[in-house]
Every structure is written in C-alpha cells, then in structure tokens.
Write a protein that binds this ligand. Structure first.
Ligand code: 8X3
Length: 244
C-alpha cells in the first residue's frame, strides 16, 4: 500500500501546525498549506512533508495547491478565523467578507477541489475545524458565528451527499483554544487577545491535534460526526470560570 497522505490548511501555526505534526507522527506524508510560506516550509522540513503556498480566498492559489497533490486520504480544513467583535448595527462589511471568504468559501474551494481524490483513495476522511460558534450565536460575534455556521452546514450537507462513497466526515467544534486566533481577531492587539484566556486554563493547539489523530485512527466503518470540545473552565461562548 502506498504511503497515506494528509492535507492540512492553515498549517503555519496553531491547530493546523499541531495537526500536521500529529499526522506526520502517525506516518502520513503531510501537505502543509498556508499564506505564510516560510513557516510551512520550515514545518515541512521538520516533519518530512511538503509545503505549498496556499491562500484559500484565491481560486488560482487553491487550484495550484490541489493540482500539486496527486493522492489524498485525509483533508483537514483548518484555515479560517475571526476579525473583530462588533454588534450588527456596527458591522464592518470588510471584516464580514474576510470571514465568509476564508471560513466558508475557502473551505468549500479546497474541499470541492480535493473531493474526487478523497473518493478515489477508497477511504477518505474530511475533518473540518469549525467552532462552538458554529453551534451557538453570541452578541458582537455575528460575522464569525454566521460564517462558522455556514461552513459547518456545507460540511454537514456533504455527509448526506457522499453517503455510499468511501469518505468519512468529522466536524470538530472547539471552544477557547489559545492560538493566534484572538490576535488575528483583534488585529494584532496582544493585550486584548491575552484577556480572552486570562484566568482560565484554555485548550491548546495540541489538544485539538490529538483529537484529529484519534479520528484518523478509527477503522473505516466508524464515522465520528461531530466533536465539541471546550476547556473545563468554559461552558459556552462568553461563559467562563475565571480566577482573578
Ligand atoms: C473560537 C471560539 O467562542 O471565540 O472559535 O467563538 S469563540
């Protein structure tokens, strides 16, 4: 049997990077894609994978990325993120466009392009990293929660559309994971980003990567549909037990 191949988007840091490491440890050849090519190049060198520049918001970039990959067994849709926290009345349309382009259309682009190869693998797996924001709404988060809901809906729809085909689909919906997520959301404001995780023990990228690893090691007849994971200190969006 040829070596199993995995593709991880948004692999330059955080959950994507940790997931690429985990899958490489399991023996996968991992294609790591991100806009920050230097980072994925270094990661690929470390894990014996292949780095390819990838901007999921660009049709041409996704095409070049997916055409460079002959065979794929596992696709981890991790690229995405949030920008800003604003009530609907003050919604920043550019932030909304970025979130929809990255989380929704970006995931759709990559998934659509790799689907024929995932089916052809005979035992494909698509893991999409959504968020608890794909399950609940919260005040000032509608740009992100709506995008995450839409991303998740496309993913869940595929589960039915691919029934009978050899492809499994798993949605992982994390709560607070301390990564660059909040730094990006707050436009590089490190102090504001740190406040999100202040006084709690958040999840770490590694925690989510281990779950992806668990999913990928189930036998082909087992489809883990949805996994919701939060820190013990979090009950839901904005609901934290903080130590002062
Ligand atoms: C991140 C979780 O609660 O900030 O996806 O939306 S939350």
């Amino acid at each position: 049997m040829s070596i199993r191949t995995a593709v991880v988007t948004g692999a330059s840091s955080g959950i994507g990077e940790a997931t690429a490491r985990e899958l490489a440890k399991q023996g996968y050849h991992v294609y790591v894609g991100a806009r920050r090519f230097d980072r994925v190049r270094r990661l690929a060198e470390e894990i014996g994978g292949t780095a390819i520049e990838l901007d999921v918001t660009s049709e041409a970039s996704v095409l070049a990325f997916t055409e460079a990959i002959d065979h794929v067994d596992v696709l981890v849709n991790n690229a995405g993120g949030a920008k800003g926290m604003a009530p609907v009345i003050d919604a920043d349309l550019d932030d909304w466009r970025w979130m929809w382009e990255t989380n929704v259309v970006g995931t759709l682009r990559v998934t659509k392009a790799l689907l024929p190869k995932l089916i052809a693998s005979g035992d494909g797996l698509i893991v999409t990293i959504t968020s608890i924001a794909a399950l609940q709404t919260y005040d000032n988060g509608s740009g992100y929660t709506s995008a995450k809901h839409a991303q998740a809906v496309a993913h869940r729809t595929l589960r039915g559309e691919l029934l009978g085909k050899p492809v499994r689909l798993t949605e992982i919906a994390p709560g607070a994971v301390e990564t660059e997520f909040s730094l990006v959301r707050f436009d590089g404001d490190a102090e504001r980003a740190a406040k999100v995780y202040e006084g709690i023990d958040p999840l770490h990228a590694r925690d989510i990567a281990e779950i992806v690893g668990f999913v990928a090691t189930r036998p082909p007849h087992v489809n883990l549909d949805t996994i919701v994971v939060k820190p013990r200190d979090q009950a839901g969006p904005g609901s934290f037990a903080r130590r002062s």
